[in-house]
Ligand binder design. Structure first.
Ligand SMILES: C[S@@+](CC[C@H](N)C(=O)[O-])C[C@H]1O[C@@H](n2cnc3c(N)ncnc32)[C@H](O)[C@@H]1O
Length: 288
């Protein structure tokens, strides 16, 4: 477990915004709500259905689904980590909401529910943390009722802009070595963050049994001016509580002093510059 981030609730509430300006935090929050709303439109929730939010975290999807159902159905807040479920429970208790939901602690690879028991399975940014996506998607398929829907969003990190693409080789020591290391890191089949893309996900869904699953790729371009603290945050903040940071990943290839030098070269080169980044993601809309 990272020293910087102890658990998922901390990551979701603090670490994911690290290095962002207030304006960027506001934009990220609005973007999360927009993603949530697309998933829920796909899901076509009905009031008395049983719906599971798998890897619910701090409840982005589950709370909205509960509101849409007006507490008349059953929303299952499910996560592998108890801290997330405790956080959601605290919010429900404080709001005095007493019905229409349940909690389920289990990994997506072994969902503790009978076959064909839920109408809708919702998910956002969970498969990206699971090494074997096929096992997870098979489980989602198993718990859905025939005609049930799996609606999800996942970032596709391996086709995002890479550091070396926004750097000038003449300003960075050992540019080619770091470029090679970054490209290797992005094609590691054991790394859950980048061992998949839209094509492999579609194949996983078909193998699980989903008929004609829709996997819609979304490419987002963003431009912003790099602030003085941003580069260090990109490198030292872990992508999740149980995964190494980018700095730690580079330290598999280089000693710490070399990685620190790279980080300061990147920081010196990028700070104050306007950069243009491409980030990819997919929306999944699949029916059993
Ligand atoms: C990036 S967060 C997303 C949280 C929430 N879905 C959202 O959209 O804000 C990833 C979530 O997946 C959960 N998670 C990670 N690995 C998991 C696994 N194998 N099974 C179930 N949940 C998992 C984490 O606990 C965390 O809550």
């Amino acid at each position: 477990m990272s020293e910087i981030c102890k658990n998922w609730t901390q990551w979701l509430k603090q670490n994911r915004f690290a290095g962002q300006t207030p304006e960027m935090i506001e934009q990220t929050t609005r973007w999360l709500e927009a993603v949530r709303d697309v998933i829920l439109v796909y899901a076509e929730l009905q009031q008395h259905e049983t719906v599971i939010d798998i890897g619910c975290g701090t409840g982005l999807l589950a709370f909205k689904a509960l509101e849409m159902q007006d507490c008349k159905g059953k929303i299952i807040f499910s996560d592998m980590f108890q801290d997330c479920l405790d956080d959601c429970k605290k919010i429900l208790d404080e709001a005095g909401v007493k019905e229409g939901y349940e909690f389920l602690q289990c990994p997506v690879e072994h969902i503790n529910l009978p076959e064909s028991s839920v109408h809708k399975a919702l998910m956002r940014s969970v498969l990206v943390h699971v090494v074997n996506k096929q096992i997870a998607i098979n489980e989602v398929y198993r718990i859905l009722k025939p005609g049930g829907k799996f609606c999800a969003f996942e970032p596709v990190i391996r086709s995002n802009t890479r550091y070396w693409e926004i750097l000038d080789p003449t300003h960075i020591d050992r540019y080619e070595d770091f470029k090679k290391a970054e490209n290797e890191m992005m094609s590691n089949p054991q790394d859950s963050l980048c061992n998949f893309d839209e094509k492999t996900l579609k194949m996983n869904l078909e193998i699980a049994g989903f008929t004609i699953p829709e996997v819609k790729l979304q490419e987002v371009k963003s431009n912003y001016v790099v602030q003085p603290n941003m580069v260090r945050e990109w490198f030292v903040n872990p992508p999740s509580p149980n995964q190494p940071s980018t700095k730690e990943r580079y330290m598999r290839y280089f000693d710490e002093a070399t990685v620190e030098k790279y980080m300061s070269d990147v920081q010196n080169y990028l700070t104050g510059r306007e950069i243009s980044l491409k980030t990819n993601a997919v929306f999944i809309n699949a029916t059993k």
